[in-house]
Design a protein around this ligand. Structure first.
Ligand code: HEC
Length: 715
């Protein structure tokens, strides 16, 4: 490396100063993922004057219809802001003006394969992000793929998964960005959660060449530790156990920390008896080799899809008079774990208590589950009749009628009621905590938005499902003939070029993706808003029923794991969900008493709450005299040294600033569309900016805007 003379150093420093900037260099702000910025020009005394600085519209002008949510938390490197559009175009902007430098279209001349993109990874002038099963490496200066990386600028996210499953064609993408350790890009995956789920192994790739360096088997292979927490051949057919939620890194320890999701299939584990390590775990791996350091399982033998939803946070707190490096993990079921970063032991006591063990035929629910004693849960844990909505007598009666026909009405409240065919009501599926994650300030205060939405789960046996599907297929084929056959053909084969073949659609799209295309349209495919939800479902069943690999016809495999033929993959689980829906009142509000969404501040040194306030407001309910209820939020908080917490994420389309000491709202702004994303902050030439993606979606109007805010009178 070239040596500078002291004089030159001074000049260099001065030059940097004249274009000074404080960046936001990584998803979550830094490798510790704390969504905290030391910037304080915008603070409690002046935030009320915050105003729009610039708007950048990332929307594709040639695609009018198919715009949806933008979940991307952008990054800022050397005064350049990098983000993605809802159709996964990557762009670079001047962070001070919003002026576009370049835009990269990964789907040039190809039909888009849209997945959520929550962020981008920076490494030495390169940007990494995933579209479908590709992970791209794009030159940050030019916006063109780095040809020397992988296969002309991208690698396949199937790499390293192919051990036992025929993975090609299965759903594999990455919704959260990877993380960099030295020259290694460590990245997780989003996979299916049914009988066709690919295994969610974590991979480390060479960030320079794209070469696969290591694979950590989140589902252990023979000879690996924890192999015996599954039946003998499970590694050949089980999938999931993936890190879709992102990672954190301790550079000094050389340790990467992350959480995993549930094992496949969701809601039925009769063919996977055991604790199913490393599902629903917080894991610590040697970032250089992918070797396990420790694990901590939050849910044994998951039957509720209680994935770890966000990257853990790393911080140092004074606990019992001793400075301790900790990891903080919030969960979908509304719990907060504070673990010693060296060994994964909890700072606060955790009880392991007996839970209900009678499940569906063939099921083996775990005998005990974990209950952290502190911090107290972010959201309620169970649903009893006393929890049912009280916003009006009509709302209560509507929900009570549904409740009375569920297992909850017949048993003591328990968050671990195993799924059954009558129906169970649960919280903790759409949060508690969600993918937006949380923020921690240097004082050790932890900030987390939390959802409280009740869901109704009813299971159905394979036999009953087949009977139901036969009925549906008739309806589905009739609806297909009247709505779709004109273009896609009576034989569903399309026309060989611009109209796709739908006989193979199951290999490319999940039911939810097809539903979204039918609702919104896509390119030259029209939208069908006139089709009701059951009609749409019937068409989708019809399209998938014939050839959906997860539901092979006439599959009458014995149900027990002991007799399960591991070559039968993808397979049809003996039980799947028949109803899996939010429980709402007749007006669509959550079926339980408010709050439905909160913002929380917890002092990690004591585990005590500093404050807890509703997040989001339905103005029409406020007008009726109902105190703010809060609402579901998607997207996390940003905390600054200015004593402020910025958060959007709510359906009321607001971006808000809260006083971090008190939880009071000190500024709010009605976004052009809802901001289902996490804001960032940075400074260029003495001006501090707050930026958020406001893409709308989730049934609300959509748009492609990124908005930047600054104080008046600044450049
Ligand atoms: C007016 C012609 C037309 C009609 C009617 C139509 N489609 Fe399409 N469909 C298209 C075109 C064109 C595309 C390709 C869109 C693109 O390029 O993104 C498409 C794409 C699709 C896709 C995505 C396939 C893939 O592999 O990406 C699905 C699924 C689909 N259509 C389902 C349906 C269903 C279900 C109906 C009836 C409710 C329907 N379509 C009616 C023209 C049509």
């Amino acid at each position: 490396m070239k040596k500078f003379t002291p004089l030159l150093l001074i000049i260099v420093a001065a030059c940097t100063h004249s274009h000074s900037h404080t960046d936001y260099r990584a998803y979550g702000g830094n490798a510790a993922g704390n969504r905290y910025s030391p910037l304080s020009r915008i603070n409690k005394t002046n935030v009320s004057t915050l105003q729009l600085a610039w708007t950048y519209n990332s929307a594709d002008t040639n695609i009018a219809k198919h715009e949806h949510e933008i979940q991307c938390q952008p990054i800022v490197i050397d005064g350049i802001l990098y983000g993605t559009s809802s159709t996964l175009k990557l762009f670079a902007l001047d962070a001070a003006t919003g002026k576009q430098h370049w835009q990269f279209d990964p789907f040039k001349n190809k039909r888009p394969r849209i997945n959520q993109c929550r962020g981008i990874t920076w490494y030495a002038g390169r940007l990494f992000y995933a579209t479908g099963s590709d992970c791209w490496c794009v030159d940050a200066n030019t916006g063109t793929p780095v040809n020397s990386f992988g296969d002309s600028g991208h690698i396949s996210l199937y790499a390293g998964l192919d051990l036992n499953h025929p993975v090609e064609g299965l759903y594999v993408t990455a919704t959260s960005p990877g993380i960099i350790y030295k020259n290694t890009l460590i990245i997780g995956s989003a996979v299916s959660e049914s009988g066709d789920a690919a295994p969610g192994y974590l991979r480390g790739f060479d960030a320079r060449s794209g070469k696969l360096l290591w694979t950590f088997h989140t589902i252990p292979q023979p000879g690996e530790p924890a192999y015996n927490t599954w039946p003998k051949d499970a590694y050949k057919f089980a999938g999931g156990v993936n890190n879709w939620s992102g990672l954190s890194l301790d550079e000094k320890r050389g340790t990467v920390y992350f959480g995993t999701g549930s094992p496949s299939s969701d809601f039925y584990g009769g063919d996977r008896p055991g604790d199913n390590l490393y599902s629903d775990c917080i894991l610590a791996l040697d970032a250089a080799t992918g070797k396990l350091r420790w694990y901590f399982q939050t849910i044994h033998h998951d039957l509720w899809d209680r994935d770890i939803p966000c990257p853990p946070n790393l911080t140092t707190i004074e606990y019992n008079g001793k400075k301790t490096d900790v990891l903080v993990q919030s969960t979908k079921d509304g719990l907060v774990y504070v673990l010693d970063r060296d060994n994964g032991t909890s700072l606060f006591p955790i009880e392991e208590r007996p839970v209900p063990t009678i499940g569906l035929p063939g099921e083996h629910p775990a005998a005990t589950q974990r209950y952290p004693q502190k911090p107290l849960p972010l959201a309620r844990q169970t649903i009893a009749d006393t929890d049912l909505t009280n916003i009006s007598p009509q709302a209560h009666a509507f929900v009570k009628n549904i409740y009375d026909h569920t297992t909850n009405a017949k048993s003591p409240p328990d968050k671990f009621l195993p799924p059954d065919t009558l129906g169970t009501l649960l919280v903790g599926y759409s949060g508690g905590a969600e993918w937006g994650g949380n923020a921690i300030d240097p004082a050790g205060i932890f900030y987390q938005n939390s959802n409280e939405a009740p869901w109704l789960l009813k299971m159905i046996s394979r036999e009953d499902r087949q009977k139901q599907a036969a009925g549906n297929a008739n309806l589905g084929s009739a609806l297909y003939a009247t709505n779709c056959a004109a273009c896609h053909g009576a034989n569903r084969k399309g026309n060989g070029h611009e109209i796709p073949d739908l006989t193979t659609v199951a290999q490319r799209l999940r039911p939810a993706d097809i539903a979204s295309i039918v609702i919104h349209g896509q390119n030259r495919m029209p939208s069908f808003p006139q089709l009701s939800e059951p009609q749409r479902a019937a068409i989708i069943n019809y399209l998938l029923g014939k050839q959906n690999p997860s539901r092979p016809p006439g599959n009458d495999q014995p149900l027990t794991a002991e007799h399960r033929d591991p070559t039968n993959f993808p397979y049809s689980p003996p039980y799947t969900s028949r109803v899996w829906d939010k429980l709402t009142d007749s007006d669509g509000y959550p079926g339980i008493k408010p709050p439905w969404g909160t913002l929380n501040a917890i002092d990690l040194r004591t585990g005590d709450y500093r404050w807890r306030v509703p997040l989001g407001e339905f103005p029409e309910l406020t007008r009726k005299g109902i105190p703010p209820t809060g609402m579901e939020s998607y997207g996390g908080p940003l905390v600054t040294a200015g004593g402020l917490l910025f958060i959007a994420g709510t359906r009321d389309e607001m971006l808000r600033a809260f006083d971090t000491r008190t939880g009071t709202i000190v500024w709010q702004y009605h976004l052009p569309n809802a901001g289902f994303a996490t804001p960032i902050t940075y400074e260029v030439d003495g001006t501090q900016y707050i930026v958020i993606a406001a893409g709308g979606g989730r049934g609300l109007p959509t748009g492609g805007n990124y908005l930047a805010f600054k104080l008046p009178g600044t450049k």
